[in-house]
Design a protein around this ligand. Structure first.
Ligand SMILES: NC(=O)C1=CN([C@@H]2O[C@H](COP(=O)(O)OP(=O)(O)OC[C@H]3O[C@@H](n4cnc5c(N)ncnc54)[C@H](OP(=O)(O)O)[C@@H]3O)[C@@H](O)[C@H]2O)C=CC1
Ligand SMILES: O=C(CO)COP(=O)(O)O
Length: 326
């Protein structure tokens, strides 16, 4: 397996910037690609990205808006929002003719197609070796070198292991798996559930309610995962339960912060990407197509679309028939 000496990160947002830092720390030659030339030039000269304020970019990281420079790396990390991943991979694909690993770092499901991120990569870049990186990891923590652990999945175990070797370090510990779908489901669903958790806190429903919501949220994440063939150890692992715990318990999460504002009846934070907002409608369509009950996700989707008030959604969840715990 190749040593993966060079890494390009496509998308210079908070997560792309943190991942560039991680790859540099792991000893790779790193290129960070921003779509906007002015933005790229400003980050390159100031070594600071306003999307991840307070983090100084290591001098050895090359920042560019030239896609041909980035696309020649030994592996590509795609760190755009989930709904823009196809567009980004389409652009990269025209520069890639060898089987290079393309790792999805976004958490979501594509609107319209219901496709998960690695399926989008496989369609948009037929030469690529799709993989996914996901797990409990705030960009700010990762960039500052605080200890974090994530899951990295590829269908080929040797490839997943080699990618982990290339990106891992003492403070960024990826665990490898071949359960690509399990990793994708956890990352997508937890963002929707984190909005619900934020609402619970914003409405002052108490710590017991938050624990109940998080646990019942995990139940529906796991039900959907099982229906789609995910392994239980993935669902209870870093990219499933691990990321759910993180984002359902911290206002540092933009999804939780969105729910918190909604629950308090305040304006949601402006200009902050909360993927759960985009994932919610697709997640419940996917659940329905699999005959999987997802009441918490459905409540979030109904609130976000204006089909339900928060009070009606909470009352709907609390008056569901009693049933056996599974
Ligand atoms: N932040 C975090 O802690 C973590 C985020 N993630 C996931 O990473 C993904 C990205 O999130 P994050 O970096 O935080 O979001 P940000 O909003 O910080 O950044 C998104 C970046 O994507 C760029 N972008 C948007 N559309 C395109 C496009 N079509 N082509 C190329 N680049 C594009 C934006 O460019 P521009 O600046 O020009 O607008 C921006 O730099 C999400 O799916 C998120 O769930 C995963 C783990 C942790
Ligand atoms: O995915 C994340 C942490 O694992 C980041 O969460 P938010 O997108 O909710 O900020």
């Amino acid at each position: 397996m190749t040593a993966f000496r060079s890494v390009a990160v496509i998308g210079a947002g908070a997560w792309g910037t943190a991942l560039a830092t991680v790859a540099a720390r792991a000893g790779r030659n790193v290129t960070l690609w921003a779509r906007n030339a002015e933005h790229a030039a400003r980050i390159a000269s100031t070594r600071d990205n306003p999307r991840l304020p307070g983090v100084r970019l290591a001098p050895e990281i090359m920042v560019t808006s030239e896609l041909s420079l980035a696309a020649r790396a030994d592996m590509l990390l795609i760190a755009t929002p989930a709904q823009h991943l196809r567009g980004a991979v389409n652009m990269v694909a025209s520069h890639v003719s060898t089987p290079v690993p393309v790792i999805a770092c976004a958490k979501g499901i594509e609107h319209g197609t219901h496709k998960f991120m690695t399926d989008v990569i496989a369609e948009a870049a037929p030469h690529a070796l799709p993989a996914i990186l996901s797990g409990p990891s705030f960009a700010d923590d990762v960039a500052r070198g605080l200890p974090t652990a994530v899951t990295l999945a590829a269908k080929d175990e040797a490839l997943a292991g080699a990618l982990v070797q290339a990106l891992g370090s003492a403070t960024f510990r990826p665990y490898h798996t071949t359960d690509v779908r399990g990793v994708e489901i956890g990352g997508a669903a937890k963002n929707v559930l984190a909005i619900a958790a934020g609402i619970v806190v914003g409405r002052n429903l108490g710590a017991s309610a938050l624990a109940a919501l998080t646990t019942r949220g995990f139940s529906e994440l796991a039900r959907l995962g099982r229906a789609l063939g995910a392994r239980s150890e993935t669902l209870t692992g870093l990219s499933g339960l691990g990321d759910l715990i993180l984002t359902c318990s911290s206002p540092q999460s933009r999804n939780f912060a969105l729910g918190l504002a909604l629950g308090r009846g305040e304006q949601p934070p402006a200009g902050k990407l909360a993927e759960g907002e985009f994932t919610a409608p697709v997640l419940i369509e996917l659940g329905a197509s699999q005959n999987v009950e997802m009441p918490v996700s459905e409540a979030v989707a109904a609130i976000l679309s204006g089909r339900s008030t928060i009070d009606a959604a909470i009352s709907g969840l609390l008056t569901r028939p009693f049933k056996a715990e599974e």
